[in-house]
Structures are given as C-alpha cells and as structure tokens.
Design a protein around this ligand. Structure first.
Ligand code: TXA
Ligand code: MG
Length: 316
C-alpha cells in the first residue's frame, strides 16, 4: 500500500513493522535498527542472506554518536561535505549495534539520506532505521513507490516521488589507513577525491569479505540483460522476438524486433542517466520483453557506477 501519511509510517515502525521509505538514491525497506525481530522480517521479506549486512539511516548526527566508537578524520570530512546525501560510511560499531545488522563485522554502515520525507520520518522516531534497497534480493532496485508496491504489496510505503539520484549510495571506509571506496554509487570519484584526495578502489569482488553485498549477480530484471559497446552487432545477431533497447543519448539503429526503446539522457548527462537507469529497466521488464540490450556508458564518474550495476544485472 502506498501512503502519503507519515504518521502512519511512524506508528508502523514503532510497532515493529517493516515499511517502504523513499530516499534520494533508491527506496529502502526500513525497520527499527534496535529491534531484532523487525530486522529479521527484512531479511525474510527480501530473501536476503544473513551474511549481507544492512545500512543504518540517521536523521541527524546526534543519532550517530551512540552507534560508533571512532570517527576517522578523513571520513568525518566526507560526512561534513556530503551529508545528508548519497554517501554511506563504514565506521567501527559500538555495542549498541547488533551483529545481525553488521553480519558480525566490526564496522557499521551509516548514512544520512537527502530526502525530505526520509529525514522527517527519521527525526520523528526515537531510533535509527536499517534499510536495504526495497527489492527482492538480486532484483532491480526500486526508484518509485510503485516499484516497492510491486515487490511488497503487504507493507506501507511512503510516497516520496521518483528518486532523484536513482542509484545506490557510494560506500566509503578506511582500508589500512587510507580512504577506500567499497561500492561506487551516486557519488562519483571526482567529488570524493576533491575532499580527501586519492582514494583506494576496493570495489572488485576480491574484497568480498569487506563489502559482502557486492556479490556478482544483482539488480537483475527477470529477462536476460546484455550490456555492450557494440549495439549494432548484438542487435543484428539477436534472434529474440521482443527486444528492449536502452540507449545512452539517442537511438542509433532500428531493428524490427526492437519493441521498446529507452534513452537515458539525450544531453549525455551521466547524473540524468543514473536517475533513469532502474526506471528504464522496470519499464522494459513490465513491457514483457525477451531480452534487454543496453549500450555501455562512458567509464567516467557516474558512468562507472552505472556500468557496475549493468554488469551485475547481466550475470545470470
Ligand atoms: O543508497 C543506498 O545505500 C540504499 C538506500 C535505501 O539507502 N540502500 C542500499 O542498501 O543500497 P543495500 O542493502 O541494498 O546495500 C547495502 C550494501 C551491501 O552491499 C552491503 O553488503 C553493504 O552495503 N554493507 C552494509 N553494511 C556493511 C558493513 N558493515 N560492512 C561492509 N559492507 C556493508
Ligand atoms: Mg540493494
């Protein structure tokens, strides 16, 4: 059910229920971060392995202090610059944060979302919220309330409009004394490095133990998805009856078996492309295409984050 009434969500959360929460990145499946049975419901609803930890969302810095034991200076600088915003920080957890939230890791992931509805909700509560993306595990992330409703018709989702960033937060922590990125997302490398200088890239699968949720398959539509720089070649050899094509800036070729086209950003703006990518995938899935073929984006700034999601969506 989609609701405009924030008080209804406050009541549900106080009652130990799971709700859909809008953020500027993607919608989250939110619950009281201090309520073990509410947290268990999240894992169960998503079909998420217990080994994949959850991000805690806060509405103000005062909500964070009790959750951590240390705030490294470099990470503090990032928080000062980008919070509220699409930045998640990995920080040493205090005893208040349960091992269920962090999957037994010594660090807890924390972020302050930059969304009016989310901040209002968080500030009305006496506890912070854990919130993974509000999709069934490995499926396309939700960027509209109706996407959440499609996955979880039984919960209340706060209507917060389409997500403005449309890509998950960038996850940053310390690695052997240096600032490191564990997931590229809505905040690009340039923006982070402008504040703390060069950062390590720990986003590859070899660092799975540090960012356990970055498993290969993720973000997937029900049909196969192909991401390629060679659109003409892939489209010309494709034998499927119904192809959905996602282009970066413009439709370059027409083939009789393409039944739907999506353009991510006519002006070539990667931020706009980021805000449209999941929506485009949802629309093509709903159109019932046999395969989605996506033009790979330039490997710069948010193009890196979008290509990462597409590569994972392509894993069968
Ligand atoms: O933008 C976002 O971050 C969205 C919105 C709802 O805030 N949330 C989100 O959550 O993307 P989720 O659960 O879909 O992805 C969280 C990622 C996973 O890859 C998880 O493994 C990683 O963050 N993570 C969470 N806690 C961690 C921890 N303590 N240490 C390392 N990685 C952690
Ligand atoms: Mg997710």
């Amino acid at each position: 059910m989609i609701s405009q009434d924030i008080n209804q969500l406050v009541k549900a959360l106080e009652n130990g229920d799971v709700v859909g929460m809008p953020t500027e990145t993607v919608y989250g499946l939110a619950a009281n971060a201090f309520d073990e049975s509410a947290i268990a419901k999240i894992f169960q609803l998503k079909g998420r392995p217990k080994s994949n930890p959850l991000i805690i969302h806060i509405g103000g810095l005062e909500q964070m202090e009790p959750l951590i034991t240390e705030f490294p200076n470099q990470l503090k600088k990032l928080a000062d610059t980008f919070w509220p915003g699409p930045l998640t920080l990995l920080l040493p957890k205090s005893v208040l944060v349960s091992d269920t939230v962090t999957s037994g890791h010594p660090n807890v992931a924390i972020r302050m979302p930059n969304h009016k509805g989310a901040l209002e909700l968080l500030q009305m509560l006496k506890f912070p919220l854990v919130a993974p993306s509000a999709n069934i595990s490995n499926r396309i992330s939700p960027t509209k309330a109706k996407h959440v409703e499609k996955y979880f018709p039984e919960i209340i989702t706060l209507e917060g409009g389409p997500c403005q960033a449309g890509l998950e937060s960038t996850i940053v922590g310390m690695f052997e004394g240096s600032v490191a990125v564990f997931r590229w997302g809505a905040l690009g490398r340039e923006e982070i490095e402008a504040v703390v200088g060069k950062v390590l890239d720990k986003t590859s699968n070899t660092t799975k133990t540090v960012a356990p949720g970055m498993g290969k398959k993720h973000y997937s539509p029900l049909c196969p998805l192909i991401v390629t720089q060679e659109m003409w070649y892939v489209l010309s050899i494709s034998t499927q009856k119904k192809i959905g094509a996602i282009w970066f800036q413009e439709i370059k070729w027409e083939f009789s078996n393409i039944v739907a086209h999506e353009i991510l950003s006519a002006s070539g703006n990667l931020q706009e492309a980021g805000s449209n990518i999941y929506q485009a995938m949802h629309r093509l899935e709903e159109a019932g295409v046999d395969v989605i073929v996506v033009e790979r984006l330039p490997e710069t700034s948010l193009g890196i984050s979008i290509n990462d999601r597409l590569d994972r969506a392509a894993v069968r």
